[in-house]
Design a protein around this ligand. Structure first.
Ligand SMILES: [Fe+2]
Ligand SMILES: [Fe+2]
Length: 420
């Protein structure tokens, strides 16, 4: 095989190696270093450098250098006029003598000349300058011939594509991060809006101050016990916060009546789930089922609830959670015509109505949540904060909760009993 043929084969294999390196995106800097050394090796070039160009700030940062010494600048800047010059030159290698007119080289001439740089190859991909390759003389001392230049150009193009891909990837990552932040901001805005809405609902009802906010929190605590994803838990909390939104259209004197309301007033009040559904339906919620939770939070598993008298498996699950949170708050807070019930009674009520009014597994979740706080297995203090420490720490609570949890588990699904 003749020498030029051998050289050609050698060059092709170096080019193939660079192609493989460029396709391997995991370690960008390693890829650049290896590719650059392949380039130097293929023509036995003693020294040189490869730099990445960033239009932002017109910065030129060297990613790999060989034989240029410690005093070679790692980072420089290119004048925008130089950038245009490079772009118009295309990817053809520029002799140092030609490059001397560039502002960059006027600035760095002494050092570039001292280091024996002979060729500069702008890396241009899709009409964009992505970097520069600078090459010193060949080990043989021969000048670069046209074949050498073609080889250098082809290799530099490969490396340029690698840099371009990396730039694209970083831009994508930056955009994705930007989107993530925007989404997070929107999510927080939505959550704040929901909470202020809940406060507005509660403001109308002076006897049950903070009810919607607490139902939101209890719903969240129950869902948390079910090991749901954060997103689903948030959805359940939102449903809790907004469950009584329909009350905004009920007359204030009915809501705030100091005694039990009559049948007509009761019928008026009982419209609030359906009204709430109508209010929430047109809103594009990030979570599904929020309107359904408002509509069905007064349904019961045994079908004796309202507005539609749905039974167990007809009731949307989210509504079951909110219904339990709603009743739990009603029992544990003072009402105008009914004082707050002692904790043990509330727990008994949950047990008695498990499978009739409430989904048993949700009663379990609620009881487990309280028990884990009381026993200190959870660092959360939410139940204590919502119910008050004294109320929560009533002496018989722990054994009662344990009893309930055993009872519910031992008797199996109480829904079955309720349906007979
Ligand atoms: Fe309600
Ligand atoms: Fe409610």
């Amino acid at each position: 095989m003749s020498e030029p043929q051998q050289k050609l084969i050698h060059t092709f294999s170096a080019l193939a190696d660079i192609g493989q390196e460029v396709a391997h995106k995991y370690n960008f800097h390693e890829m650049i270093r290896t590719s650059f050394h392949l380039l130097l090796g293929s023509l036995a070039i003693m020294r040189g450098g490869i730099a990445r160009y960033s239009r932002l700030g017109n910065e030129l940062n060297f990613l790999a250098v060989r034989g240029l010494g410690d005093d070679f600048p790692v980072s420089t800047s290119i004048d925008p006029a130089d950038e245009l010059e490079f772009l118009s030159a295309g990817m053809s290698p520029i002799e140092l003598s030609q490059a001397k007119m560039l502002i960059f080289f006027q600035q760095y001439q002494p050092i570039v000349e001292k280091k024996g740089i002979e060729l500069i190859i702008p890396m241009i991909v899709h009409d964009e300058l992505v970097g520069l390759v600078m090459l010193g003389e060949k080990a043989s001392g021969e000048p670069f011939n046209s074949a050498d230049r073609a080889i250098v150009q082809a290799m530099a193009r490969h490396i340029g594509v690698g840099i371009y891909q990396r730039n694209l990837m970083m831009e994508l990552e930056r955009k994705a991060e930007q989107n993530r932040r925007m989404y997070e901001e929107m999510r927080l805005t939505y959550a704040d809006t929901v909470k202020s809405f809940a406060a507005a609902i509660d403001y109308k009802d002076k006897y049950t101050e903070g009810h919607s906010v607490r139902v939101g929190k209890y719903s969240e605590l129950i869902a948390r016990q079910l090991d749901w994803s954060d997103e689903r838990i948030e959805g359940v909390a939102v449903a809790g916060y907004l469950h009584d939104v329909g009350k905004l259209t009920v007359e204030r004197n009915i809501i705030n009546s100091p005694q039990r309301i009559d049948a007509k007033e009761s019928a008026e009040l009982n419209k609030h789930p359906a009204v709430g559904y109508e209010i929430l339906l047109p809103i594009h919620h990030p979570y599904t089922d929020v309107p359904l939770a408002a509509k069905y939070h007064h349904e019961r598993l045994d079908g004796r609830g309202y507005p539609d008298g749905l039974s167990d498996n007809e009731i949307p699950y989210i509504a079951k959670i909110v219904a339990l949170a709603d009743s739990f708050d009603a029992m544990t807070t003072n009402r105008p015509y009914k004082a707050r019930r002692p904790a043990n009674e509330v727990v008994e009520d949950l047990q008695r109505n498990s499978g009739k009014q409430f989904a048993p597994e949700l009663v379990t979740a609620l009881c487990e949540g309280m028990l884990s706080e009381l026993e200190g297995t959870s660092k959360d203090r939410s139940f204590r904060k919502l119910l008050g420490r004294e109320y929560m720490e009533a002496s018989e609570m722990v054994p009662m909760l344990k009893d309930i949890l055993n009872g519910i588990n031992a008797t199996g699904p109480l829904t079955l009993i309720a349906s007979h």
